[in-house]
Design a protein around this ligand. Sequence first.
Ligand SMILES: *Cc1c(COP(=O)(O)O)cnc(C)c1O
Length: 399
Amino acid sequence: MRQAGRHFLQIPGPTNVPDRILRAMDYPTMDHRSPEFAALGKRCLDGIKTIFKCSGPVIIYPASGTGAWEAALVNTLSPGDKVLMCETGHFATLWKSMADKLGIQSEFIETDWRVGADSDAIGARLADDTGHEIKAVCVVHNETSTGCASRIDEVRAAIDAANHPALLMADTISSLASIDFRHDEWGVDVTVSGSQKGLMLPPGLSFNAVSQKALEASKTAKLRKSFWEWDDMLAANAKGFFPYTPATNILYGLAEAIDMLHEEGLGNVFARHDRHAEATRRAVEAWGLEVLCREPKFHSSSLTAVLMPEGHSADRLRKIISEKFDMSLGAGLSKLADKVFRIGHLGDFNDLTLLGTLSGVEMGFEIAGVPHKRGGVQAAIDFLSAEAQSAPSMEAAAE
Ligand SMILES: *Cc1c(COP(=O)(O)O)cnc(C)c1O
């Protein structure tokens, strides 16, 4: 049966693609060796730096985020190199198993999946590594499986305090353009990201923002690579081209997304995400339920993972919400399967999208017989309307 109205895609990525971006991509595919293409290539390669806040190159792959994870590792490391990773959740675990498959020796600092990376533990481990065997520290900035965001600035400070030369790699696949991130200022060497979350694009592009130190490391890195080779990319990118066929139509969308983010202002984009995350947490609290992230300092502004009451299935709730209200919510992953559901509030998202989303959840609780207190949506309305009253109006903000 046809479902009227828009589908609510409230998983924490892929996210809703705004009409303006859909229209920007609605062109015939162009010749990717033509001068017209070079202009688009340049616009994307230069523009994306303002989103990573970096001065060095950003490499754009026609691949999902997983490809950019691999590119970060194979371009900088050699077989048998040691890397220090942080077990913040499912995505950190996948990145670690990729490192293991590639022949890297990875070491995990564990958590209970309810907090971000422990920078003190990273600092202590590095201070012990007096022989500098650890070549890189890899941290997932926003752990999409748990809704805990790590403090990359604090990880940087811990590496510096230990006076350790390891590279710092950060996965910002679900934080870029949603949560404040500063590649240069925080001394990140390789930042990994993807198109389909905060950048509001369809899946299909992924990124490596690369520091000078990472470029140096790439000169001696011996892991095998071909498709992911930075050198080939950088040589072609210098003229706005790519060594193989790029995802041309998504690049039209990327150029538009960069413009849209600057029209709103990156600071305003981050503040909007913070505000919607706070409203969501207030709703969860009013329902009498628990947010998975147990330390406010790690609260994610991209998504909120909500713990189900004991004995109630998150997957059954999600199924009911999908069937009745045409809304997708994120599932619990690996050890959190069926125990949590995840509300994505990142990307192209406003107050009323959030209230629609929370209403779908609250109605789902009623139908599924999940024990909860009423009034979560009201708590979000109270917070959002009080904030809207005190904030300057959109016209005033534009002046
Ligand atoms: C989505 C996501 C990934 C995986 O990206 P794909 O595009 O699915 O390959 C990796 N890390 C994080 C933090 C993510 O949110």
